[in-house]
Design a protein around this ligand. Structure first.
Ligand SMILES: Nc1ncnc2c1ncn2[C@@H]1O[C@H](COP(=O)(O)OP(=O)(O)OP(=O)(O)O)[C@@H](O)[C@H]1O
Ligand SMILES: CC(C)(COP(=O)(O)O)[C@@H](O)C(=O)O
Ligand code: BAL
Length: 243
């Protein structure tokens, strides 16, 4: 039982969700480690959405609304932490949702699909094919889903797949607390923020963004500037950390 007045309540609740989901097999054991890595970076950026990340989330919403076939790719950690937020973003953006896993088993795909549907998401189903040029199971996807989309959101992504999707000409939006990861560096638009915060902000922007502002955001954005701002925020936080 985590008391609501605990100073790290939100972080502890997320950790409990990951632990519970790992025990059920929804989160891969390796995903527990990835979660810890994310938490460390959240500490470094101050456990808040920075101004730069908020602009990236607004830009991501503009790209979603401008896309013809947007897809939200969901792995075990994302489902465990943010199934409801994924469902809300789907409703606000009109995107399809597809499960895509690094440590893939058909049982995990079924459990994660069920978790997302229970949260109100409409999840693509069908016969996955090895359609991406990758040597691991993230290559497996749906022909009418990830394979044919023009824009894909990849929270907590694998850098190999991110690079392959970009090379296929897709707009790849990453959510990754580590601005130094391969995913953050190779994505079309890196959102350096915590998953649940980022999804909630994107949903809000998808709902309220005006067309002319969306067009301006799409024409102005520069992916590297978001990484530079994230690193600058981390350096600033570290230099004041012991004050
Ligand atoms: N809740 C979260 N919100 C945002 N990012 C997260 C969260 N949990 C973990 N991450 C980040 O997700 C990434 C996914 O984990 P993974 O093990 O694939 O990292 P990686 O192998 O370093 O990434 P890459 O393959 O891009 O180099 C990590 O960079 C981690 O910091
Ligand atoms: C470890 C993890 C972040 C989660 O594993 P899974 O749910 O099997 O995709 C994985 O996606 C990765 O790319 O590193
Ligand atoms: N992203 C999958 C394995 C790793 O790069 O950590």
């Amino acid at each position: 039982m985590i008391p609501k007045d605990h100073p790290r309540y939100k972080s502890l609740i997320r950790r409990e969700r990951i632990a519970d989901a790992a025990l059920k097999g929804i989160v891969a054991m390796e995903g527990v480690g990835a979660h810890g890595r994310g938490e460390a970076f959240d500490y470094l950026i101050g456990e808040r959405t920075t101004q730069s990340a908020l602009l990236a989330e607004k830009t991501a919403a503009a790209l979603f609304l401008n896309a013809k076939n947007p897809v939200i790719s969901v792995n075990g950690n994302t489902a465990a932490l943010a199934a409801e937020e994924i469902a809300k973003l789907q409703r606000a953006s009109g995107a399809a949702v597809e499960v895509n896993l690094f440590h893939r088993t058909e049982k995990r795909v079924r459990m994660i699909t069920e978790l997302l549907e229970d949260a109100g998401a409409d999840v693509l189903k069908g016969e996955s094919e090895r359609l991406l040029p990758l040597s691991h199971d993230r290559a497996l996807c749906l022909r009418d889903g990830i394979y044919s989309c023009d824009l894909i959101l990849v929270p907590l992504e694998d850098g190999d797949r991110c690079e392959a999707l970009v090379n296929m000409g897709k707009t790849v939006i990453a959510i990754d607390l580590n601005p130094l990861s391969r995913t953050a560096k190779t994505s079309s638009l890196p959102i350096v923020d915590e998953l649940s915060r980022a999804l909630a902000n994107m949903t809000e922007f998808c709902t309220n963004l005006k067309k002319d502002e969306a067009e301006q955001l799409i024409s102005d954005y520069n992916s590297r500037s978001f990484l530079e701002s994230a690193v600058k925020d981390i350096v600033e936080n570290l230099s004041n950390a012991l004050d």
